[in-house]
Design a protein around this ligand. Structure first.
Ligand SMILES: *Cc1c(COP(=O)(O)O)cnc(C)c1O
Length: 462
């Protein structure tokens, strides 16, 4: 017989049960009531979901313990640190790039008190927010000018609005990307008030296709990085040089949405197809825009670099204020950019680049140390395997990075259940499931993460 959820006790009745009343004395009426409401709500949905459940003894200690756990979890932060053992270095759901200690320190310093965010310390007059990083960006990319905003999506929106509102934007049918989270290029173009003129075919677009579409209403040629897919086989698209010549002959602006821009050549680390920002600008592209928290290895930010007169149009547009970067991200961005310059070594000092370039031998060593730690805990079904890690964040979708993982299973527990338990740990651990085993990939981890994962597993095993 199914229980009628209308017969669940009232919160007021529960609040006067002795064990529950004791909780009120220890915490607060509001917290206990909130936790009771949550517990009753989940019982109600289980009953309505047709589940056969045994009701708890509402007057007992076990129920009070459950309410107490609800209060404790209600007090802890909802946004938390987790361990990324997925092997995806720039995982959007896991907050993308981890920051270097230098960037963290700068954020703390700037956040703890007042800062010269918009004060020119030489003149004592109002300064510009962007001034803290623009010269650095120009230095690292060879650009004439630069501008930073909230993220790359904002950079694209601002550029199109300032340069092409009410006019035409020409883009190849093969590059009308969607990158998830509702960023669809055709919609962004429409949102900017520009009109999209698609040219070419999905697999082939020639420079002539662009040339024929240009008329007196054309403001922008837009190139975009097809960052999360590849069109392979019978394909062609014009080079940046060809597009730049066409744009300049016809007086339109060539802009490129790069997504994950890189500031240095990473071909030795498996990213040979990924163009370096400085080279793109050298080939004649007027403006490039890219994210701060993808391969650059910094905080969320959108960076726009290129021709000074074009950047000036963006800088003076009223939308800039709505997409401006906040001071904490700015502090972290400046500190990260400085790590690209001496005496630093970006491959050593920027976590994302360090993970990308760690040798397979080092990863194997890490995996073996970790596997030994698991054996010491009494977890015996453990093996060290070769695996494929990914850059993520929309760079090189098909390109996998050789990596090493620890594959494990616990007796009497499905991989799904182990994965759920790892996510429920004090510091949640996010791995991958493959063939009913949990894989923890070493490439997205740092050495200091290993003891944390071992703690989580120690708790699960006990
Ligand atoms: C990731 C990406 C964006 C969006 O960048 P955000 O910084 O997340 O706003 C835009 N364009 C391309 C090609 C991308 O890969």
């Amino acid at each position: 017989m199914t229980f009628d959820p209308r017969h669940l006790p009232q919160i007021q009745t529960l609040l006067v049960q002795p064990y529950i009343a004791a909780l009120v004395a220890d915490s607060s009426h509001a917290e206990v009531a909130h936790a009771l409401r949550g517990a009753l709500q989940s019982l109600r949905s289980e009953i309505l979901g047709g589940k056969e459940i045994t009701l708890p003894d509402f007057a007992g200690t076990a129920f009070a313990q459950r309410i107490k756990a609800g209060i404790v979890s209600g007090r802890s932060p909802h946004l938390r640190a987790v361990i990324n053992a997925t092997g995806i270095l720039i995982h959007t759901n896991l907050g993308r790039s981890r920051l270097a200690p230098e960037a963290l320190q700068q954020m703390v310093r700037v956040a703890a008190g007042a800062t010269n965010l918009e004060l020119n310390l030489d003149s004592g007059k109002r300064g510009s927010r962007g001034a803290h990083v623009e010269a650095l960006i120009c230095d690292l990319t060879g650009a004439e000018a630069a501008l930073v905003v909230n993220n790359c999506a904002a950079a694209v929106l601002l550029s199109l609005t300032a340069l092409a509102q009410g006019r035409n934007v020409i883009a190849s049918r093969g590059e009308l990307i969607e990158i998830g989270g509702s960023f669809r290029l055709p919609d962004v173009i429409a949102g900017s008030g520009a009109v999209l003129r698609e040219v070419g075919a999905t697999n082939k677009t020639r420079v002539d296709d662009y040339a024929r579409a240009i008329d007196e209403n054309t403001a922008v040629l837009l190139k975009s990085h097809t960052s999360n897919y590849r069109i392979v086989g019978f394909t062609s698209s014009p080079t940046r040089n060809e597009l730049a010549v066409l744009a300049h002959d016809t007086g339109v602006v060539l802009i490129e949405d790069l997504g994950s821009g890189i500031l240095m050549d990473l071909s030795a680390h498996g990213l040979g197809d990924e163009p370096v920002v400085a080279d793109i600008l050298k080939s004649g592209v007027d403006l490039v825009m890219f994210s701060g928290d993808k391969l650059l290895g910094g905080p969320q930010a959108g960076i726009i670099a290129g021709r000074a007169d074009v950047i000036e149009k963006l800088r003076t547009h009223s939308m800039l204020r709505a997409v401006r970067i906040d001071k904490l991200s700015l502090a972290a961005l400046e500190a990260t950019l400085r790590l690209y310059k001496p005496p630093h070594d970006p491959l050593r000092d920027i976590p994302v680049l360090r993970m990308l370039s760690t040798s397979l031998e080092d990863l194997q060593h890490l995996a073996e140390t970790f596997a030994q730690g698991l054996l010491d805990l009494g977890v015996s079904d453990v093996s060290v395997i070769e695996s494929a890690a990914y850059v993520g964040g929309g760079a090189l979708p098909q390109k996998d990075l050789r990596s090493m993982a620890v594959s494990l299973a616990l007796p009497g527990m499905t991989a799904e259940a182990l994965s759920t338990a790892l996510r429920a740990a004090d510091i949640p651990v996010i791995g991958r499931i493959s063939q009913d085993r949990v894989h923890l990939d070493m490439r997205s981890l740092e050495g200091a993460d290993l003891p944390v994962i071992l703690d989580a597993l120690r708790y699960i095993v006990s």
